[in-house]
Design a protein around this ligand. Structure first.
Ligand SMILES: [Cu+2]
Length: 298
């Protein structure tokens, strides 16, 4: 800022004048442009645009996601309509009745039509939301009597065990389990219906596969059930959605949706490894890294 040896003084002096304000504005311009640029660059991919259209939902990968998606988007649209109406009325009232002098505005004790309206309108809103929630909820939780596959999902501190309840090479049932170091994999065949029976030997967990738009609590002492049919092949993330203790955050698993042939081959692989029968879970998953010893079955 010059060579007279007092740059600080000159800079401070200039700041107050109109000409001196410009560098400060320019300094703000660069980070602002960086933020906007980053947002634009990261926000413009096709996948991102599609996700915006679904209001944040991931790509749906089961036959139950359509109902959930329309409920999700419908509820947001309803909330936005109510929101815009309320914000508009607040804005209108604050501009229209802004205090201009000492005189109080005209006082109205009660207005019957208005009171009837704001008593009935919330009932109407709740009624519509209730109707669609029940209707879509029934569709999403519908259970058929003969699902193609049944899997007993065991949520345990702090991993998952999957018991595939089918006869594989003459063996009744095969299973696989995860550890903290090597999270479990859940294999599913595409376009075949699956029933999940959720059980827990210890505390409450929650079985969640975001791409299926489905989450259900895993509660000790009872069996929660639901069914769905995977409709997309690929690997999807799964996790525990209920704070369940020290290593809750590591109760993750992968869902691998494959062709029916690959699914059967995987089950035979498990049988060949000797993982037959049913595992109630617990033992392998309680190995804590750094401690090295097992806490024993819960
Ligand atoms: Cu958990």
């Amino acid at each position: 800022m010059g060579s007279n040896g007092t740059p600080g003084v000159r800079a401070a002096g200039l700041k107050r004048t109109g000409a001196g304000a410009r560098p400060a504005k320019r300094r703000l311009l660069v980070p602002a442009a960086a933020v906007v640029g980053t947002l634009l660059l990261t926000g413009c991919s096709q996948a991102n645009k599609e996700q915006w259209k679904r209001l944040g939902l991931p790509v749906g990968a089961s036959d139950r996601t359509e109902a959930m998606e329309s409920l999700w988007i419908g509820a947001w649209i309803a909330a936005l309509i109510v929101g815009v109406l309320v914000w508009g009325l607040i804005l209108w009232a604050s501009v229209r009745y802004y205090r201009r002098n000492e005189n109080a505005p005209r006082q109205t004790r009660y207005n019957l039509p208005l009171e009837v309206l704001y008593t009935l309108a919330p009932f109407a809103i709740i009624g519509v939301l209730f109707f669609y929630t029940i209707e879509h909820g029934n569709e999403i939780t519908h259970m058929s009597d003969d699902p193609s596959h049944t899997i007993n999902v065991v949520g345990q501190q702090w991993q998952w065990t999957f018991n595939y309840k089918e006869t594989v090479d003459g063996q009744e049932g095969v299973w696989e389990t995860g550890t903290l170091e090597k999270p479990a994999e859940l294999w599913l065949p595409i376009n075949e219906s699956v029933q999940f029976d959720l059980t827990s030997p210890d505390v409450i967990h929650s079985f969640w596969v975001p791409s299926f738009y489905f989450k259900l609590d895993v509660i000790p002492g009872r069996t929660n059930k639901f069914q769905l049919t995977p409709t997309k092949t690929g690997t999807f993330a799964g996790k525990c959605a209920e704070l369940c203790g020290l290593y809750h955050s590591r109760m993750v698993f992968a869902v691998r949706v494959v062709t029916p042939d690959e699914y059967q081959a995987h089950l035979r692989e498990l049988a060949a490894k000797g993982q037959t029968g049913a595992a109630t879970g617990g033992q392998d998953a309680t190995t804590i890294p750094g401690h090295g010893e097992q806490e024993g079955e819960k």
